[in-house]
Design a protein around this ligand. Structure first.
Ligand SMILES: N[C@@H](CCC(=O)N[C@@H](CS)C(=O)NCC(=O)O)C(=O)O
Length: 285
């Protein structure tokens, strides 16, 4: 790929969905510097609400891929664009199942909400002094700074983000009453229950349909890029170190997701990704 066609990827290292194109770029044989460059948008400072970034992506999310004069603002469109350009397209790109990609992205098991929401009093105490509070407060500073600068058509959108983030911040920095805490814990637990249903249902069935360890078969497909970053984030949401061995991942996830056992294909799936550079070297978590 020549220099004037170099792709630009807007992301943020700790962003779960921004890891989808990072895994894809490595799997598909693109090289940082040669084929693409990255620009970091610090979500923990609310930089995604900077009016300059809103011009690029009015939804205020990363990842974003710029390809010449084309701009892709969602992983669902970024990955096919990369596959179309790839020197090594995945074998199974033909039969991409958009439904499993959509299921992976469902808000009912949103890994960002699982990161920020506390399941019980102990988890609340942890998150109060940890990353959840730090993220919410840095993001609020950004939102307070950028909301007055938002273009008129996005003002309501940014102000709503400002309000909902302030509510999360109040939850962690204040002393919410018992009922408020209970309601919050119930919502957080529902996210984990939904994640368990997804793993034991749709994901298990999809892996079982193919002879290999991946949904794509012997090697990962487009669907797998989405699934693995989701799963990797759920693992760290469960307070496990990134890239933990399956011997600690499987029991911990089973415990948090209602105690039901996972089919062995899930362990094999995790192990298969632990053996891939695109997962390990990109430090996906
Ligand atoms: N459907 C989008 C979701 C992207 C998304 O939600 N990204 C998160 C980071 S993982 C984000 O940018 N959130 C904005 C924020 O934190 O304000 C996609 O698949 O690209």
């Amino acid at each position: 790929m020549s220099n004037n066609e170099k792709m630009v990827l807007y992301g943020f290292a700790p962003s779960v969905w921004a890891n989808v194109p990072r895994v894809a770029l490595t799997e598909l044989g693109f090289k940082e510097g040669e084929d693409f460059e990255t620009i970091s948008i610090d979500l923990s400072k609310g930089e995604n609400f900077n009016p300059d970034f809103l011009k690029i992506n009015p939804s205020a999310t990363v990842p974003v891929l710029k390809l010449g004069d084309k701009v892709y603002t969602d992983t669902a469109t970024i990955v096919p664009a990369l596959v179309a350009l790839s020197p090594h397209p995945p074998q199974t790109s033909e039969g991409v199942s958009t439904s499993i990609i959509e299921e992976t992205h469902l808000m009912s098991h949103d890994p960002n909400a699982m990161l920020l929401m506390a399941r019980d009093e102990d988890d609340y105490a942890e998150k109060k002094k940890g990353m959840a509070f730090g993220f919410a407060s840095g993001r609020q500073e950004g939102l307070d700074k950028y909301a007055p600068l938002a273009p008129s058509e996005l003002k309501e959108f940014v102000e709503n983000k400002q309000k909902s983030n302030q509510a999360l911040l109040d939850f962690y920095q204040g002393t919410p009453d018992e009922q408020t805490r209970k309601t919050h814990f119930t919502q957080a637990k529902a996210l984990w229950t939904s994640a368990g249903i997804f793993i034991r249902g749709v994901l298990t069935q999809a892996i079982k349909k193919t002879p290999g360890a991946f949904v794509g078969g012997e090697t990962p497909s487009q669907e797998d890029y989405h699934i693995i970053v989701w799963l990797a984030r759920v693992v760290t949401d469960a307070s496990l170190p990134p890239q933990s061995p399956s011997s600690s991942v499987i029991p911990r996830l089973q415990e948090l997701m209602g105690g039901h056992e996972f089919d062995p294909v899930i362990k094999a799936y995790w192990d298969a990704w632990l053996a891939r550079d695109s997962f390990v070297k990109n430090n996906v978590f």
